[in-house]
Ligand binder design. Structure first.
Ligand SMILES: O=P(O)(O)O[C@@H]1C[C@H](O)[C@@H](CO)O1
Length: 326
């Protein structure tokens, strides 16, 4: 309050946000009309500020960004010549709150290519609105990133999938989007992208093909699948009825992330590729005693991470500048 009267209000308040309307995570708790809704999100200038801060603090100029799913942050360890930023130190960045998400942004060279890796992502169930969940993707775009690779831990709905399989994401079902929960809701800034972006080609066909080529060269094509990822809000795992419903909808894997990041990346013209690591089988049978749990998810990630890491690094080696695949 005192700061406010002295003209030293924090930036949130200066932009018309009221400190009293925020949860402890800085998330707005109520708003009265569309124009106040418009002010309750990061602007283009906010993204630019964070991107410029990062560019001023590292010499790396990444063309590829990778978002690591639960327990898959080991990918960042493959980067050479690392520059590491804790999320808590990056201006305006949200903070990681989930086990298996370290909360570090790692710049470096992966297979000789300048790359930035998010060791830990943000989820809606942590209490973050989707414009916060997806803020890093817009920052990546402002850094000059052309290709986004997303990874996640997911439950297998397809009865043929086994725990430890890797699923190339061919397409997604945005379940929260059916109810209007979408990171692009609100005023559209054309500097990021068009009001109505297409999503029918969200997952790049050439990169999907490349994944199969690389897997076959690695001798692991037997455990490489390709299918549809369905994103739910979480944090609870699905009921049996929900899993049966999603299976009938045509989903092969189910999780609690990824889709908002992909929508924002496509909105700003980035090329997207994604993997689900099948960490558990979705429960579809009322007679079973099996239950999904995060400890199992992390343990499967730990066991299968090396294959996924190798696959990603070999793919990055073959991604050429300006979106061509070697
Ligand atoms: O960040 P991802 O999507 O990999 O994490 C999955 C979904 C939940 O966050 C968590 C559930 O075990 O793992």
């Amino acid at each position: 309050m005192r700061h406010f009267f002295l003209g030293l209000a924090p930036p949130d308040v200066k932009r018309g946000r009221q400190a009293g309307n925020k949860s402890p995570l800085g998330i707005p708790t109520h708003h009265s009309n569309h124009s106040s809704l418009a002010s309750l999100r990061y602007t283009y200038e906010d993204g630019k500020k964070t991107a410029d801060w990062l560019l001023a603090n590292t010499k790396h100029r990444p063309k590829v960004a990778i978002i690591c799913g639960s327990g898959l942050g080991g990918l960042a360890d493959l980067l050479k010549d690392q520059v590491v930023f804790e999320y808590t130190k990056i201006p305006q960045f949200p903070h990681s709150t989930v086990a298996g998400h370290a909360g570090k942004l790692v710049f470096g060279n992966l297979s000789g290519k300048p790359t930035v890796v998010m060791q830990g992502r943000f989820h809606m169930y942590e209490g973050y609105p989707l414009w916060k969940v997806t803020f890093p993707v817009r920052v990546f775009s402002l850094l000059g990133v052309e290709t986004l690779i997303v990874t996640n831990a997911a439950g297998g709905l397809n009865p043929e999938y086994k725990v430890g399989d890797i699923m190339v994401i061919r397409d997604h079902i945005n379940m929260p989007g059916f109810a209007g929960v979408n990171p692009l809701v609100g005023p559209n800034d054309e500097r990021f992208g068009a009001r109505f972006p297409a999503m029918s080609d969200a997952y790049d066909r050439d990169l999907r093909k490349l994944a199969h080529t690389v897997a076959s060269e690695m001798g692991c094509s037997g455990s490489l699948r390709e299918g549809v990822y369905c994103s739910l809000g979480g944090p609870n795992y699905e009921t049996i009825a929900e899993c049966r419903f999603l299976q009938r909808l045509g989903a092969d894997s189910v999780g609690m992330s990824t889709v908002p990041e992909v929508i924002v990346a496509r909105h700003c013209g980035m090329r997207v590729f994604g993997f689900s690591l099948i960490t558990n089988k979705a429960v579809l049978d009322y007679e079973t005693k099996e239950k999904a749990n995060h400890a199992e998810v992390l343990e499967t990630s730990r066991q299968s991470a090396r294959v996924l890491e190798k696959l990603v690094s070999l793919m990055v080696q073959r991604i050429e500048r300006n979106n061509n695949v070697a």
